[in-house]
Design a protein around this ligand. Structure first.
Ligand SMILES: *[C@@H]1O[C@H](CO)[C@@H](O)[C@H](O)[C@H]1NC(C)=O
Ligand SMILES: *[C@@H]1O[C@H](CO)[C@@H](O)[C@H](O)[C@H]1NC(C)=O
Ligand SMILES: *[C@@H]1O[C@H](CO)[C@@H](O)[C@H](O)[C@H]1NC(C)=O
Ligand SMILES: *[C@@H]1O[C@H](CO)[C@@H](O)[C@H](O)[C@H]1NC(C)=O
Ligand SMILES: *[C@@H]1O[C@H](CO)[C@@H](O)[C@H](O)[C@H]1NC(C)=O
Length: 665
């Protein structure tokens, strides 16, 4: 009886608190300065920090997505387009490059079938562009539509049901003082305000930006004539979607009004944006502060002592005993890297930060990669894998020396590579340009390292993130492939939504983007892009503003089509290369990028071509070469449009009349 009464009581209190929440927020509007009491519906990597900051994505979330929605739907009367006004403003911040974030009005909060990265966490390959999505979004940050090979870093767009913006512009704001639009950077510059207003009488959707200290400008950045009655449904949710290559994105405050102008935010009430959320010192200070709020001076000593112990604390579980030879203590790594000081930071990427260090015990130079990893799940399998990868030995693979584990963090220790990454070498203006001889040697080296991973070791290891940024150069400028297998960590992670896609856009085969499934063929694709990049000195998707096919693969293919493939070579080489080698690398690179995975060569074949043991097959007609690189989205994967050039595809399934390529000379 008492039990029943208690649960009734709990029930009543619970519904009362829900009601008071709904009432407090009103039916048609809400305003949040920080989100501590917001009850937002979160998924993916989104979380609300103690300060009230809504953190959508965080440093190191790799290709992850996050959603945050107001938990109750709003009623839109779609039978009367006169009543469809709405207005919202919010303050956001993004740490660094590679973000895509959007304000979204959607009939559902379920985006479990959506894909991160270029798909914004809103769409997937099959529903992109469909009017049945009923999604209106304002997107901010980098845009890259994988199919459209177009990337712009500082973009604001209005998107209706589709990845392709219906209207877009580079980020800028109207300065009322100066009477001109001024450029601004969305990423890495601190908090930014944005207003999105739809006025049903004018039938205009306006998007206006401004730096945090500037009042709302009188002129919007985007102003799109729109009748949302076809887009909106009667019941719609409002919220945010974010996806990222790395680094954090945040919302500080948010105001929304379904019937008219949203109230402006009071900037002074917003939570601060963390300077560097992964700063070790920051965390130490916070933990000291949290640990000793009331203890006066005498207590501080004790606290500092406790904190010193905490400082070196590791996570060590029973099952790890067998890997203890590979284990390196955190204290050693901490000393080696001078306390993970910023001056020792040598790299920062999708998987984490990399520090340089010297192991005190052996004076050996090492590189320490810190990977944040919250999920306990899968850690065992992953450690087993890295332990076995520690046994990988190849002159073109960066050697993994050991690991260490801490709460929420994994540290991987590698041999230190004094010349840094190939990426830096290729694009820096200061270091001397790599000669063709050096580049060709790097290409061959990486091919042989990848062949070892794919076929010559006891098990097939997929790399999944081949790109110049993951190729490191030793003292003699030999290329070594780093980070192999690291992608697997995210496979074993707890949240399957955040782990669908691993890799880097531009290097991801079309079928990988579509299905999320990595294979040796998707590694070969990335290697193909890598070869082209090293030969041409161009990033795979850098040419801005070019329509659809302004990417490297198409560029090289169309040079070939015009009969002058060598034109695609890096102009910085000034023609100083062996023409036959250059031609081989460019053509082979293209072959590796075929849209059809079965038509790509295997790494063993790539190696044979590069070594000159086998001649590259001839292509009878180059008139149509660019068509071979489309994802061929209408063709199901099992219907191969032409037989394999390299004999490792399912040739038998294809009729010879489809053939536009033949084997041999
Ligand atoms: C929606 O608008 C129509 C046309 O103006 C009106 O007749 C109807 O009562 C409205 N419905 C609601 C639920 O307000
Ligand atoms: C794409 O998303 C839609 C809507 O969530 C879903 O119904 C569909 O199954 C998804 N398609 C794929 C291929 O995941
Ligand atoms: C917006 O773009 C989508 C996709 O390109 C298109 O179907 C739609 O008609 C456009 N809508 C408007 C209102 O321009
Ligand atoms: C949208 O911008 C236009 C000017 O470009 C302005 O005339 C209109 O009043 C604005 N509407 C809203 C709702 O802000
Ligand atoms: C929402 O808009 C309506 C209509 O303009 C206005 O009366 C109301 O005060 C607004 N509410 C808030 C909280 O801004």
């Amino acid at each position: 009886m008492a039990e029943a009464l208690r649960s009734l009581y709990v029930c009543v209190v619970f519904s009362l608190s829900l009601m008071s929440f709904a009432l407090a927020q009103g039916e048609n509007y809400f305003i949040f300065h920080g989100f501590s009491d917001s009850n937002l519906h979160l998924d993916g990597v989104a979380e609300i920090q103690p300060s009230g900051l809504l953190q959508l994505t965080h440093f190191d979330s790799t290709i992850a997505m996050a959603h945050a929605f107001y938990p109750f739907p709003f009623r839109f009367n779609t039978s009367s387009s006169q009543s469809l006004s709405f207005s919202t403003n919010f303050v956001f911040a993004m740490d660094d490059f590679g973000h895509r974030m959007a304000f979204v009005i959607s009939p559902s909060m379920d985006f479990s079938k959506a894909v991160p990265g270029g798909y914004l966490g809103l769409f997937n390959y099959s529903n992109n562009g469909l009017s049945t999505n009923h999604i209106l979004a304002v997107q901010l940050g980098s845009v890259l539509s994988p199919e459209f090979y177009d990337r712009e870093y500082n973009h604001v767009g209005i998107n209706i049901n589709s990845l392709i913006s219906n209207q877009s512009a580079s980020a800028s704001y109207f300065s009322d003082e100066e009477g001109i639009y001024k450029d601004m950077s969305l990423e890495g510059t601190g908090p930014i305000q944005i207003w999105i207003d739809y006025n049903a009488a004018e039938m205009l959707l306006n998007v206006t930006l401004a730096p945090i200290k500037v009042p709302k400008p009188s002129k919007p950045l985007l102003s799109k004539p729109l009748d949302p009655s076809q887009i909106l449904l009667d019941s719609m949710y409002v919220g945010f979607s974010a996806s990222t290559d790395a680094d954090g994105s945040y919302i500080l405050g948010w105001s929304f009004n379904r019937t008219g102008q949203a109230q402006n935010l009071d900037i002074s009430k917003l939570p601060p944006v963390p300077k560097d959320p992964s700063s070790f010192l920051g965390r130490i200070l916070t933990s000291i502060m949290l640990a000793c709020p009331f203890i006066p001076v005498i207590g501080t000593g004790v606290c500092v002592y406790i904190d010193m112990k905490k400082k070196y604390e590791e996570v060590y579980e029973d099952w790890e005993k067998e890997y203890s030879p590979q284990r390196i203590s955190y204290k050693q790594l901490y000393t080696a890297s001078k306390g993970f000081r910023d001056s020792e930071l040598i790299g920062k990427g999708g998987f984490g930060k990399v520090y340089r260090g010297v192991l005190p015990s052996s004076n050996k130079q090492i590189a320490i990669k810190k990977v944040s990893h919250d999920s306990k799940q899968g850690m065992k399998e992953f450690v087993a894998e890295i332990a076995s990868m520690g046994r990988l030995r190849h002159r073109n693979l960066v050697k993994l020396c050991g690991y260490c584990r801490r709460e929420g963090e994994l540290l991987l220790v590698y041999d230190y590579m004094p010349n840094g990454s190939l990426d830096k070498m290729l694009y820096s203006n200061t270091s001397p340009k790599l000669s063709w001889f050096q580049r060709f040697r790097i290409i061959r080296g990486i091919a042989s390292g990848l062949l070892y991973l794919h076929g010559e070791w006891e098990q097939v290891v997929l790399h999944r993130d081949i790109k110049p940024g993951n190729v490191l150069l030793d003292a003699d400028l030999n290329g070594k492939l780093g980070d192999f297998g690291l992608a697997r960590l995210h496979d074993h992670g707890g949240n399957p939504q955040t782990t669908k896609l691993v890799g880097t856009f531009g290097y991801m085969a079309p079928e990988l983007i579509r299905t999320g499934k990595a294979t040796t063929c998707t590694d070969v694709y990335a290697f193909g892009v890598f070869m082209l990049e090293v030969a041409c000195g161009k990033r795979p998707i850098e040419q801005r503003g070019l329509p659809k096919r302004g990417n490297l693969v198409y560029g090289v293919a169309s040079s070939w089509e015009r009969g002058s493939i060598l034109d695609a070579s890096d102009p910085q080489l000034e023609g100083a290369f062996a023409a036959d080698e250059m031609e081989l690398v460019l053509k082979l690179g293209l072959f590796c990028c075929f849209g059809n995975p079965a038509a790509r060569p295997s790494m063993r074949q790539v190696m044979q071509y590069l070594d000159g043991d086998v001649l590259l097959p001839d292509v009878p007609s180059t008139s149509n070469i660019t068509s071979l690189f489309t994802a061929n989205d209408e063709t199901p994967d099992d219907e191969i449009p032409f037989p394999s050039l390299f004999g490792n595809g399912s040739v038998a399934a294809v009729s010879s009349t489809d053939s536009i390529l033949v084997v041999g000379r």
